[in-house]
Design a binder for this molecule. Structure first.
Ligand code: G3H
Ligand code: ZN
Length: 291
């Protein structure tokens, strides 16, 4: 029997091949099915992300049980990430619950405070790994790129200041994290007044300084070229959320309007699943160099 690859192994493989793993957020089972379907069709690894709010709505233990059941039954490389967790308590609760990776988001904290809490999360994860023999990856954020996967009029105040490569190196050295999410030009959400571009040169410099896998957040609204440049420069995971939220919302509203007498949930919701799957399929193809 073949065993499923770990997330760490999949990231290493992505780095070696110069591709990136897609990370997509979910709030419900419809989005989960859509993402999993797309990844299965392309036979590529995928990460399912749940922020603190998404996790509360979906259920932490339910999400862990779902991913575990699929991995055990099919060996498919699908992983669960505790996305944007804002405290030591919520990060460690996700580690204990069985997530494959966790993100402590201290992007809005001062450098020293961010280092302090991130380091405590890393130490907790390492101790847990020793005890449980499970692998956990810890990611942290350096540089604020705005909050919330939603539609914004403009770039939020204070967001988008790019991460300095020497700060990134210091941060990685002091914390011992496995992966870093720097600010390299993207902003969380869809910006009505235009989406900024990715600074590929900066990605390459940060990659050189830190030597660890880099994660690109705020993927919605970026161009194909932005993604390919970012991946070429050293991004190993790309996060997308707002685009699939919008697709779900639009398809669901249309489905309800077009079929006012329909009461069967799986019929009402199917177009919303299809809409998410279409986006995820295209993004996964791009991230995995299959265009
Ligand atoms: O962690 C989630 C992502 O960074 C999503 O960003 O909503 O701009 O796609 P996005
Ligand atoms: Zn993010």
């Amino acid at each position: 029997m073949t065993t499923v690859k770990t997330l760490r192994e999949c990231i290493k493989e992505a780095q070696d091949r110069g591709v990136a793993i897609g990370h997509f957020n979910i709030s419900n089972l419809e989005a989960f099915h859509a993402i999993y379907n797309a990844a299965k069709k392309l036979n590529v690894p995928v990460i399912i992300g749940l922020s603190e709010g998404e996790e509360q709505f979906f259920g932490k233990n339910e999400a862990v049980a779902l991913i575990k059941a699929i991995r055990e039954k099919t060996n498919f490389p699908i992983f669960l990430n505790a996305d944007h967790h804002y405290s030591f308590e919520t990060v460690t609760a996700s580690i204990l619950a069985g997530f494959d990776s966790v993100i402590f988001d201290g992007a809005q904290l001062g450098f020293d405070e961010n280092v302090k809490i991130t380091k405590a999360c890393v130490e907790f994860a390492r101790a847990f790994m020793k005890e449980s023999h499970k692998d956990i990856l810890v990611e942290a954020e350096l540089g604020y790129i705005g909050s919330g996967s939603n539609i914004k009029d403009t770039i939020p105040e204070g967001a988008g200041i790019k991460t300095k490569p020497e700060d990134a190196r210091k941060f990685v050295e002091l914390t011992g994290i496995d992966m870093l999410a720097p600010s390299v030009g993207s902003i969380h959400g869809l910006i009505k007044s235009g989406k900024p571009h990715i600074d590929g040169e900066l990605v390459a410099e940060i990659k050189k300084e830190t030597g660890i896998p880099l994660v690109l957040h705020g993927g919605s609204g970026l161009s194909d070229e932005d993604f390919t440049n970012a991946i070429k420069a050293g991004i190993s995971i790309v996060h997308i959320n707002t685009e699939i939220r919008v697709a779900y919302d639009e398809a669901l509203k249309k489905s309800l309007l077009d079929n006012p007498n329909e009461v069967v949930p799986y019929k009402i919701l199917q177009p919303a699943v299809d809409a998410i799957e279409k986006i995820v399929y295209e993004r996964l193809k791009l991230f995995n160099g299959m265009q």
